[in-house]
Ligand binder design. Structure first.
Ligand SMILES: *[C@@H]1O[C@H](CO)[C@@H](O)[C@H](O)[C@H]1NC(C)=O
Ligand SMILES: *[C@@H]1O[C@H](CO)[C@@H](O)[C@H](O)[C@H]1NC(C)=O
Ligand SMILES: *[C@@H]1O[C@H](CO)[C@@H](O)[C@H](O)[C@H]1NC(C)=O
Ligand SMILES: *[C@@H]1O[C@H](CO)[C@@H](O)[C@H](O)[C@H]1NC(C)=O
Ligand SMILES: *[C@@H]1O[C@H](CO)[C@@H](O)[C@H](O)[C@H]1NC(C)=O
Ligand SMILES: *[C@@H]1O[C@H](CO)[C@@H](O)[C@H](O)[C@H]1NC(C)=O
Ligand SMILES: *[C@@H]1O[C@H](CO)[C@@H](O)[C@H](O)[C@H]1NC(C)=O
Ligand SMILES: *[C@@H]1O[C@H](CO)[C@@H](O)[C@H](O)[C@H]1NC(C)=O
Ligand SMILES: *[C@@H]1O[C@H](CO)[C@@H](O)[C@H](O)[C@H]1NC(C)=O
Ligand SMILES: *[C@@H]1O[C@H](CO)[C@@H](O)[C@H](O)[C@H]1NC(C)=O
Length: 365
């Protein structure tokens, strides 16, 4: 089991692209275009979306709404220009960004001139805009509006089937709670190991952290599948449920805060994080041993360093202080996971990828 500390976190971040972008969150929203004929309508299905709204205070700025599936391929409103209204409603979630134009950039903004007889200025339009011929003396930067369907008119963002969760990270080298028999209806308890972290040990063996000789196996680390998808393991807690429900179950976490917002992590829950709200404590080597006694110092040579009790390492370079076979998961934290600070997520249960269950040997029946 995992003992936790709680930390508050800031729910905004600054990004720098061509524009300065402020991100905040609007829970439960509906997009209502002011001029319905200017909306690009997506005719395919778009289940399981997180929507990004780029909107502005007034009509002189560029606006865009995108709606993605988990793999970022489902585009709902690629771009449009209108005086839009973001209206609070019951169902899902919008991630909104307020876009400020970079007026010093060498490009013309929306409605700006980009050509025509006698025009001496730039012929480049800013990102997302196209230089559009009006007449011999005037070309203008416009957002391309493509209408692929005449209906429907209003897009309501529906429930994405996910719930909020907090996340954290740990690596305490202790036996997994779901590594005991009879925790759930599974083929085998989650695999736990002898001191070498490799040899499977009998599931009735007590945890080193409780005076026994069972440890966390070294292969239950996270890894990246693509730039937007990773697999890993976690200690979990789901409000109103028990280990019978979550032991060895898999969950898709769609991060909603920090630099990794929009990325997906699929975890198999093999441990239990006793808390009160939905929580996933990701197993990341060098992520801190939390409230447990430091099993890691015992499991491996005292030559190694494990960082701070909570959060573990603060720098990527510290990963080299771990045993070599634990370094990959530590680097994952600083690379794919971008050392995200307690990111929030929206989660839902999914069928376990066999790549995850092959390592733990635990499959729910
Ligand atoms: C909506 O936009 C279209 C195309 O720009 C325009 O023809 C139409 O008059 C506009 N309608 C309203 C109500 O503003
Ligand atoms: C729109 O916003 C810009 C910058 O915030 C401001 O300069 C401009 O006057 C505004 N336009 C209108 C019509 O409110
Ligand atoms: C992304 O999702 C869409 C819709 O679910 C699917 O058709 C497509 O194959 C997926 N693409 C990738 C690269 O997984
Ligand atoms: C604005 O554009 C200029 C010229 O392209 C660039 O040097 C500058 O860094 C940009 N500023 C921001 C905040 O993106
Ligand atoms: C473009 O530049 C030429 C030469 O510098 C100048 O004579 C002309 O007035 C300029 N045209 C405009 C529209 O600024
Ligand atoms: C070209 O278009 C601009 C913008 O619509 C307009 O102001 C201008 O009068 C037009 N010029 C000619 C010659 O039609
Ligand atoms: C989900 O989290 C967001 C912040 O990310 C919060 O505003 C919202 O109230 C939460 N929803 C629920 C049902 O707790
Ligand atoms: C995983 O991350 C590493 C390090 O950032 C990178 O070199 C590799 O290409 C990534 N693999 C995939 C499948 O994205
Ligand atoms: C610890 O490091 C020292 C110096 O590098 C080395 O001599 C010793 O064998 C190491 N001990 C273990 C248990 O690996
Ligand atoms: C990271 O490594 C540096 C230098 O090796 C060391 O000073 C620092 O204490 C380490 N930080 C942690 C959290 O272990």
């Amino acid at each position: 089991m995992i003992r936790l500390v709680y930390l508050s976190f800031l729910l905004h971040a600054w990004l720098n692209t061509c524009y300065t972008t402020y991100i905040n969150y609007i829970e439960s929203a509906e997009y209502v275009p002011a001029n319905l004929s200017n909306v690009l309508l997506y005719t395919g299905s778009c289940s399981d979306c997180i929507c990004q709204a780029f909107f502005s205070d007034n009509s002189s700025k560029y606006e865009v709404i995108n709606c993605y599936t988990i793999n970022h391929t489902c585009l709902l409103f690629p771009q449009f220009v209108s005086t839009s209204i973001i209206r609070i409603n019951t169902n899902s979630k919008l991630i909104s960004r307020q876009t400020l134009f970079n007026t010093t950039a060498s490009c013309s903004n929306i409605y700006g001139q980009c050509g025509g007889g006698g025009w001496n200025g730039t012929t480049n339009c800013c990102s997302g805009l196209t230089c559009t011929y009006q007449n011999a003396s005037y070309s203008q930067c416009l957002s391309i509006v493509v209408t692929t369907s005449q209906s429907p008119i209003t897009a309501t963002y529906y429930d994405d089937g996910r719930q909020n969760a907090s996340t954290s990270i740990y690596w305490d080298c202790c036996k997994l709670s779901c590594g005991w028999p009879y925790k759930a209806s599974v083929t085998n308890p989650a695999r736990t190991c002898a001191q070498d972290g490799i040899t499977t040990i009998d599931s009735n063996t007590q945890s080193y952290c409780n005076g026994g000789s069972s440890y966390l196996c070294i292969d239950q680390q996270p890894w990246n599948v693509s730039s937007t998808l990773s697999y890993g393991y976690a200690g979990g807690f789901i409000a109103g449920h028990s280990e019978w429900d979550w032991c060895c179950a898999c969950y898709s976490l769609l991060f909603t805060s920090g630099a990794i917002a929009g990325k997906e992590l699929i975890v198999q829950v093999v441990n239990t994080a006793y808390t009160s709200g939905n929580m996933f404590v990701l197993q990341v080597p060098g992520g801190g041993w939390g409230g447990s006694s430091n099993g890691c110092a015992n499991q491996f040579s005292s030559n190694y360093s494990w960082g701070n009790q909570y959060g573990g390492f603060t720098d990527r370079a510290n990963c080299s202080q771990l045993p070599s076979f634990l370094q990959a998961g530590c680097y994952w934290r600083f690379d794919w996971f971008m050392n995200a600070y307690y990111p929030t997520a929206r989660f839902k249960a999914v069928t376990c990828p066999t790549a995850l269950t092959a390592i733990t040997g635990c499959v729910r029946q």
